[in-house]
Design a binder for this molecule. Structure first.
Ligand SMILES: Oc1cc(-c2ccc(F)cc2)cc2cccnc12
Ligand SMILES: [Mg+2]
Length: 210
């Protein structure tokens, strides 16, 4: 099981160094201006789940500035692929720079668009059969419909892991109810805090049972 690892990064900001990109964003958002990155505390839980799953295919819903994209991609094995979807073109443009600065473009495909339109097209457009890991970190009201859509489109296989951010704050109650009560999922809550604050939040890890 993914356990909380203390992860400390002591690096300076260098090109091609994902750790320094992560540290720079965390430092800025903690000390200058809050932003809705998954952050360092929940980020360590994300790291442990990525390392445990060791995925060949990853889908991230909600790129934002690319912080979690970099966190995930830096841990992927050589030929693994991460597809990340962002609705807002302005932040997508920033994310492209952040991903490039971390030197991770080869592992990441950033797509701009709406999840509802994009999910049904993934198989034929990107040649992906199923995802080993899905990180849900977009608008909370889409967690449940998009999960049902991924099921319907056959994008999940026995053992696929869904990891959802913000299940407490801002909260995704309908999604939580679904994954915790459905016999098709084995769900577990990782208690943490809203990025850069003392407010409670957490990640829900749900394994699709097929
Ligand atoms: O991690 C996140 C945090 C928040 C958030 C915004 C304002 C608050 F007062 C509290 C939480 C929104 C998100 C929207 C999309 C993906 N992640 C989010
Ligand atoms: Mg989030």
């Amino acid at each position: 099981e993914a356990d909380r690892k203390e992860c400390t990064q002591v690096t300076h900001v260098h090109e091609w160094d994902p750790g320094s990109v992560i540290q720079a964003i965390d430092h800025y958002c903690r000390n200058k201006e809050w932003a809705m990155n998954v952050g360092d505390e929940k980020g360590c839980i994300l790291d442990s789940v990525v390392s445990e799953v060791n995925p060949a295919t990853v889908l991230e819903l909600g790129t934002y500035c690319g912080y979690s994209t970099v966190r995930i991609a830096r841990l992927l094995p050589p030929h693994a692929k991460l597809i990340t979807l962002e609705f807002n073109p302005a932040v997508a443009a920033i994310a492209r720079q952040v991903i490039a600065w971390a030197g991770l473009e080869d592992k990441v495909q950033l797509v701009e668009g709406a999840s509802g339109d994009f999910i049904p097209r993934i198989k034929e457009q990107f040649g992906v059969k199923t995802f080993d890991l899905v990180f849900l970190d977009h608008w909370k009201e889409y967690y449940l419909p998009d999960t049902k859509l991924m099921e319907e489109c056959g994008l999940l296989r026995k053992g696929s892991v869904l990891l959802a951010d913000n299940v407490v704050c801002p909260g995704a109650p309908d999604y939580l109810e679904y994954v915790r009560s459905s016999p098709r999922y084995e769900s577990r809550y990782f208690k943490s805090h809203l990025e850069y604050t003392k407010v409670e939040d957490g990640l829900e890890k749900s394994v699709f049972l097929g």
